[in-house]
Design a protein around this ligand. Structure first.
Ligand SMILES: C[S@@+](CC[C@H](N)C(=O)[O-])C[C@H]1O[C@@H](n2cnc3c(N)ncnc32)[C@H](O)[C@@H]1O
Length: 396
């Protein structure tokens, strides 16, 4: 039996097409948090997966502050096996030879699989084999582990990267987008880490940009912008990453992680036509600890004249040298297609009155570009969950 299946790395898993954004965010966080640690360039393991050398401090930093990743994992074992039996053997060998001490006697765990279509067995069978290999391998070291799907001490994530099956510890214990501030939602809220990706792609910089989301819904883009500007922890208390209860991370994750850019003073306006959505935004802002960082308005964007926005921003002390309109407009599930293209056309006309600003959108409707008019300076495929979409940015 070989120990070949043991790996030691930190994995950031994200939305396909976001490797550059995730790596950029991570190196910014590391530069800010540590004087004496630098990250190496990551290895890309697919369109939305980065692999770094493992360091518990970096792992703790990522699982506390990284906003664009959807999972933060500690890679433990990997296997090129395509069938269950060799997979069990390889993992068993790895766990039996594992002296890292990441599992302790009496601990409970659960296993979840995703993205395993290339494997010659179903997800449930893979889960069964991984559980058995971990329990049996630990037992061979005199350590008793058991499975508890409801209330585990740690969670194991199994997924394929190309031809390799990776077994990792899920350091957050949940998707990173479940930040804990979304107390209520609109009909089509943007996933929180996708909103963060959008802000990174638009190169939002709180020092220079006045940010306006004119169709803010439940406020996700505005809230992510405020929290990203401040370098606030991803999690809204009492929610915390699972790693906080696990060695060796616990010593690096405080009960109340400080903002990394405490001095930042973002200038952000979130507006929506729907009064109910404004209330939802305000509730979510409060839950996220972003009160006082975002102006929340209730308005039809067509009534927000560019001069008036600038004047109101000035009166509120929100002046910046640049302006960024950033939003995810309705994409059609509730509106008649003609009304929708009409709305996109009006959005284009309206946006172009904000001369010198940038406008960035995530859109999943193929009619958007033609109806909005003009030529996007940046167009990049970016899907919103199952909806195939694009990131579009215009210079106005
Ligand atoms: C796709 S949702 C935005 C979701 C939001 N990003 C979130 O995470 O919750 C689109 C929003 O546009 C708003 N909307 C539609 N027409 C509008 C208009 N004319 N002016 C302002 N808001 C409008 C809707 O009320 C809806 O909340």
């Amino acid at each position: 039996m070989s120990e070949g299946s043991i790996v030691e790395d930190l994995r950031l898993i994200g939305i396909p097409g976001t490797n550059k954004v995730m790596a950029g965010e991570f190196s910014r966080l590391v530069r800010r948090a540590f004087d004496d640690v630098r990250v190496k360039d990551p290895v890309k393991a697919g369109l939305g997966a980065l692999i770094y050398p493992f360091d518990p401090r970096l792992a703790a930093l990522a699982v506390t502050y990284h906003r664009t990743a959807s999972r933060v994992l500690r890679g433990l074992y990997q296997s090129g096996a395509k069938r269950l039996e060799p997979l069990y053997k390889e993992l068993l060998a790895g766990v039996s030879a594992d002296t890292r001490g990441w599992f302790k006697d009496g601990m409970t765990f659960s296993v979840a699989v995703s993205n395993v279509a290339n494997f010659e067995a179903g997800g449930r069978q893979i889960v069964g084999v991984v559980k058995n290999a971990i329990v049996d391998g630990a037992k061979s070291r005199g350590i008793s582990l058991s499975v508890d799907p409801e209330n585990p001490d740690f969670k194991i994530d199994v997924r394929m990267h190309g031809d390799t099956l990776a077994v990792a510890m899920d350091l957050a214990g949940r998707p990173m987008n479940q930040r804990g501030y979304r107390t209520d939602r609109g009909l089509a809220p943007l996933r929180e880490n996708l909103a963060a990706v959008l802000l990174m792609l638009a190169r939002y910089d709180s020092r220079f940009d006045l940010l306006l989301d004119p169709m803010a819904g439940s406020g996700t883009i505005a809230i992510e912008a405020a929290l990203m500007a401040k370098g606030q922890a991803v999690w809204s208390p009492p929610r915390a990453p699972m790693a906080k209860g696990i060695d060796p991370y616990r010593e690096f994750i405080s009960d109340d992680p400080p903002p990394l850019f405490a001095d930042a003073e973002p200038a952000i306006i979130a507006s929506d036509i729907d009064k109910r959505m404004q209330r939802v935004t305000q509730k979510n802002m409060a839950a996220a600890g972003a009160q006082g960082l975002i102006e929340s308005w209730c308005a039809d964007f067509r009534s927000l004249d560019a001069e008036m926005v600038k004047e109101r921003a000035l009166a509120l002390g929100l002046t910046r040298e640049r302006g960024l309109i950033i939003t995810n407009p309705p994409y059609g599930e509730r509106l008649d297609p003609e009304d929708l293209t009409g709305l996109y056309g009006e959005l284009g006309e309206w946006a172009r009155t904000f001369k010198g600003w940038r406008a960035a959108f995530i859109v999943a409707n193929p009619d958007f570009e033609r109806a909005f008019g003009g030529k996007a300076r940046i167009k990049k495929p970016l899907s919103n969950g199952p909806l195939k979409g694009y990131f579009l940015q215009y210079d106005l």
